[in-house]
Structures are given as structure tokens and as C-alpha cells.
Design a binder for this molecule. Structure first.
Ligand code: SF4
Ligand code: SF4
Length: 139
């Protein structure tokens, strides 16, 4: 089994295609939608985790291209140097996905890597440079 994170871009005339449904039903893939920017008559963007057998992932991505959409596989990940974090919460204000949150029980920062869109906003926002980008890590 393999898991990848992918951004998909839809032309405006393809926005109505239920892509996640087809990937699940026809290609036996698990698809977790992390972020969707989709509205009628506009180019749409979908960020998803896709999990499955390598051959099924390849076939599913081929299908994405066949219907006229484009995709880019993430090859970066975010590293949180937890021991240097002072839990000030600044990064949570810019995180669009909810990957960075304050735990209200003790006001400490939590980082849910699964939800991360690798937008890098937290890297720029952290005053102590605790967040950084790691290249070449397919997640
Ligand atoms: S902005 Fe930096 S120091 Fe503050 S909580 Fe986030 S990672 Fe920690
Ligand atoms: S890169 Fe940082 S700000 Fe962007 S989604 Fe991931 S944790 Fe949130």
C-alpha cells in the first residue's frame, strides 16, 4: 500500500465530474479530501490524500488526466521542531486546514500532519523558525 498527497486542478467545464467517487469505486482507492476550492464555471482545486496499491494509484491518476484535469503530487512536507516551540499559537492563525491547533486543555500546540496542505504559511509566520519545509519526501 502507498499513500500520496495530491493537488488536482479542474478546468471549469469538468467541475461537475464526481472525481473522488470514481477513484474510490473504479480504482479501489481511499480518497480523503483535505481541501476543496470548487464552484461552478471556475477552475477548481482539490487537495486529497490517496491511498491504495501502487498500480491502482497510477491507473487512478491516469484517469484524472484522461478527463482533462491536471495533478501535482506533493514532494515536500512540514517539519515541526517541537522541542524549540514556545506554543505561542501564532502559526494557528494562518493555518488554513486546521493542521495546527492549540490544545485547550493545556494551551500547547498540536500538529496533525495528515491535514497539512504544505502551504508553508506557518513557516513564514513562526517568529522562532520552528516550522520548516523538508523536500523530496513523498507523503
Ligand atoms: S508560531 Fe512557532 S513557536 Fe509559536 S506555536 Fe507556532 S511553531 Fe510554536
Ligand atoms: S504548511 Fe503549515 S500553515 Fe500550511 S497547512 Fe501545513 S501546518 Fe497549516
Amino acid at each position: 500500500m502507498k499513500k500520496i498527497k495530491v493537488t488536482m486542478y479542474f478546468p471549469a467545464n469538468k467541475i461537475a465530474i464526481p472525481l473522488a467517487y470514481h477513484l474510490i469505486k473504479n480504482y479501489n482507492l481511499m480518497v480523503n479530501i483535505l481541501n476543496a476550492d470548487v464552484s461552478l464555471n471556475k477552475v477548481g482545486t482539490l487537495v486529497v490524500d490517496i491511498e491504495g496499491e501502487e498500480k491502482d494509484i497510477e491507473a487512478g491518476l491516469k484517469y484524472v488526466r484522461q478527463i482533462g484535469a491536471e495533478y501535482a503530487v506533493f514532494n515536500k512536507s512540514i517539519i515541526w521542531k517541537e522541542e524549540s516551540c514556545v506554543h505561542c499559537g501564532t502559526c494557528t492563525a494562518v493555518c488554513p486546514s486546521g493542521a495546527l491547533k492549540m490544545d485547550k486543555s493545556d494551551w500547547s500546540l498540536t500538529f496533525d500532519k495528515e491535514k497539512c496542505l504544505v502551504c508553508e504559511l506557518c513557516v513564514k509566520a513562526c517568529p522562532l523558525r520552528v516550522m520548516s519545509v523538508k523536500n523530496g519526501d513523498i507523503i
